[in-house]
Write a protein that binds this ligand. Structure first.
Ligand code: ADP
Ligand code: ZN
Ligand code: ZN
Length: 700
């Protein structure tokens, strides 16, 4: 009999408990790091992961007598691969979260409910099923032989660069800058083909769950002999566990999924693709606020595999890295089949005469005459149009002209949106919903009116302007039910729709073949938003929207995008007209450089929430005082606390404080010293609901 040994185990301990590292347990035998276990924690038994021992050698092992034994070991399951552990170590440290919290949060939740024998059973059943299905992973590539298009010259160049990356010991990430329809996906497919043929696994990230089915189809059609598993929040817990196991067991050749799949355990990883790498959805907005795009790059570096970041409008951070030579930039400027990008036309809304819309009221028409004419032409020719307005609901607010009442949310500092079809006023921040009142709740006036326009109203107005047109709306409201999005998209693809109206949901990735006209209603607000990233977002969104038109080369010649704007002289629109991302990026980067903004500086936000705004503010002020006393504080600027754009949500006031440094490393060092102090600070601030650090925040 050998005597039990001390093992270190990560369990889920909430951030505020202050327990951030692994805990000590006793085990009959040493455990490989990455082994899943069940251990007692307080009065419960919980899932844990045995972790590598980073304890300094001079640190005396704790008294064995006080340690509790491991309750169960998941013997049959291979330990999580060591690069996976390293990725989690990095992510927890970089995003300033507890290691246990992060590690357990990125495992399939279903794992927590199973004991070791239960998992062994599932694993056996899964392996049997996979065997029955018969696809054989890691075989030579003969099975992968459906027809593939001959590559165009730009694709060939991109793949040549990929080949040399594959041959390098430490490949640089590849930034594939390709206009929509330039054949980026084909490049991903060929790159995957190579790594699959070499017996490796490919990880493909997409920004949104809605985009997975389309890409999934292209991959499964191309690789009929291979096994692909999806990972996203739309799976059932049991499916998610089974896909995760398939990946970990090395039985999945391709893992395709949303940001969470950057943590997929892959023992034979050979390639990471991040499609639409600029998309804000890659940033997790709660808990550990990680950027899956950035972690993908780090993971590629760790595992020494090529990473392909693809976009028509790369994030300025990525673009600058390419300029600095830290990424290799690959250009694909031509659309497949020689199609041109749609002609961008600006309509200056300022020149339109105002229409009388009621006593004392006047407003500009919904659509400028040439835009309306363009829509009519499309309908006559049997082509489709896409009308894009980034605001859902009927109207953003209801208003009483007599007493000034507006449909505010009682719980948030925001208006409740009028949804006409539902007859409701609904808050898009906290969800608070009421039936729309018949009369003004304050003065009884019956004449309360919607102000402004959302997609629901736009749909109604288009139907009035274009009688007989078949109009479909696509936004978070119409796509809520299961299968609704798919059926609506199918209608569009089948040509049963003349005009598709929607929010940014319609601009993303969908390969519409019959659209020859895109209309952006009035996107100007982003030009003057306080968030320094707003213009970058707008440019990407409009390029992406425009990219929906003319995907058929034959129709490309008569494809156009109309932008209705009050600021036709703006430089952003000038760059849009020439589809010149590089010029836009250069002007934005010059502004950012002179303002000391990312990517030329590094940011973090400390957020605090409380019922009483004074409590949140006091916590942030005290935190700032702490920061000022830390080593290296002179290289980091801490700005005064400010409210975010929506300062109160569901009755909780929010405040935030920006921390900035020209050096990522110095910022990181300060944050990790600061974190411990913030934990200690919290008990002195009664009434503080939550606080959190957001590293590399996307919205400030
Ligand atoms: P992107 O991802 O850049 O928007 P895709 O890869 O979806 O572009 O390609 C656009 C269209 O062109 C797709 O229908 C694709 O099948 C087709 N395509 C891609 N590469 C080629 C090629 N080399 N030859 C012919 N068709 C191609
Ligand atoms: Zn009133
Ligand atoms: Zn609300």
């Amino acid at each position: 009999m050998t005597s039990p040994v001390r093992v270190r185990v990560l369990v889920e301990t909430p951030q505020h408990s202050g327990l951030v590292g692994p805990l000590d347990y006793l085990s009959e035998r040493p455990l490989m790091p990455g082994t899943l276990v069940r251990v007692p924690l307080g009065r419960r038994e919980v899932l844990g992961i045995s972790w590598h021992d980073r304890a300094a050698p001079d640190q005396a092992p704790p008294e064995a007598a006080v340690l509790r034994p491991v309750a169960g070991v998941f013997e049959g399951l291979a330990p999580l691969p060591s690069p996976w552990l390293a990725l989690v170590d990095f992510a927890a440290a970089y995003y300033q979260r507890g290691l246990g919290e992060l590690a357990l949060a990125v495992l399939p939740p279903e794992l927590r409910k199973i004991d070791a024998p239960g998992l062994a059973k599932r694993q056996a059943r899964l392996l049997k099923k996979l065997q029955r299905e018969g696809t054989a992973p890691a075989l030579p590539a003969q099975a992968d032989a459906p027809s593939r298009p001959a590559l165009g010259p730009e694709q060939q160049q991109a793949l040549a660069a990929f080949d040399s990356a594959l041959a390098e010991a430490r490949p640089l990430p590849l930034l594939l800058h390709g206009v929509t329809g330039s054949g980026k996906t084909e490049v991903y497919l060929r790159a995957a083909e190579q790594v699959l043929a070499a017996g490796r696994q490919a990880l493909v990230l997409v920004p949104e769950i809605n985009l997975t089915p389309q890409l999934e189809r292209r991959f499964t059609e191309r690789f009929p002999g291979r096994r692909l598993v999806a990972m996203h929040s739309g799976l059932t817990p049991v499916q998610r566990l089974s896909h995760w196991l398939t990946a970990l067991l090395g039985q999945a050749d391709i893992v395709l999924g949303t940001r969470m799949s950057v943590f997929a355990p892959l023992p034979r990883l050979g390639l990471i693709v991040v499609d639409e790498e600029h998309d804000p959805s890659y940033k997790q907005q709660e808990g550990a606020r990680y950027s899956a795009r950035d972690l993908a790059v780090y993971r590629g570096h760790l595992e020494r595999v090529p990473v392909i970041l693809g976009s028509a409008t790369p994030a300025l951070e990525s673009w600058q890295r390419a300029l600095d030579g830290r990424y290799r930039r690959l250009e694909m400027a031509q659309r497949i089949g020689g199609g041109v990008l749609p002609r961008v036309r600006l309509f200056d809304m300022g020149v339109l005469p105002r229409e009388r819309s009621g006593p004392g009221n006047s407003q500009v028409p919904v659509l400028a005459p040439p835009v309306l004419q363009s829509l009519r032409e499309r309908i006559q020719r049997g082509e489709q149009s896409l009308v894009f307005l980034n605001r859902r609901g009927y109207a953003p607010v209801l208003h009483c002209a007599d007493c000034g009442w507006k449909s505010g949310c009682p719980h948030c500092s925001a208006w409740r949106v009028f949804h006409k079809g539902e007859r409701t006023l609904r808050c898009h921040h906290c969800g608070f919903t009421e039936r729309v009142p018949r009369a003004c709740p304050d003065c009884g006036n019956l004449d309360i009116a919607p102000i402004g326009r959302g997609t629901e109203k736009l749909e109604e107005q288009l139907a009035e302007l274009l009688p007989g047109a078949r109009i479909a709306r696509l936004d978070a409201d119409t796509a809520r039910g299961k299968g609704q999005l798919e059926s609506r998209l199918a209608e569009v693809h089948a040509g049963e729709v003349d005009i598709l109206v929607g929010t940014q949901m319609v601009t993303k990735g969908h390969d519409f073949r019959r659209i020859t006209l895109v209309v952006a209603m009035n996107p100007d607000s982003a030009l003057f938003a306080s968030d320094f990233r707003a213009p970058e977002r707008l440019f990407a969104l409009l390029m992406q929207a425009g990219g929906r038109a003319g995907r058929d080369a034959e129709a490309a010649e008569r494809s156009e995008m109309w932008v209705q704007t009050w600021h036709p002289q703006h430089a952003l629109y000038a760059a849009l007209k020439t589809h010149d991302f590089a010029a836009f990026a250069a002007s934005q980067l010059a502004e950012r450089r002179s303002a000391g903004l990312p990517p030329f500086s590094h940011l973090a936000l400390l957020r605090a929430e409380a019922k009483d705004v004074a409590v949140a503010t006091a916590f942030l002020r005290a935190a700032a005082e702490c920061a000022a006393r830390l080593a290296g504080a002179d290289e980091v600027t801490v700005y005064p606390p400010v409210p975010p754009s929506v300062s109160k949500v569901a009755g909780i006031e929010r405040m935030q404080m920006l921390v900035e440094s020209p050096s990522r490393m110095r910022l990181q060092r300060l944050l990790s010293d600061w974190l411990a102090q913030l934990h200690a600070l919290r008990p002195q601030h009664k009434g503080l609901a939550r606080w959190a650090i957001d590293v590399d925040p996307l919205a400030i």
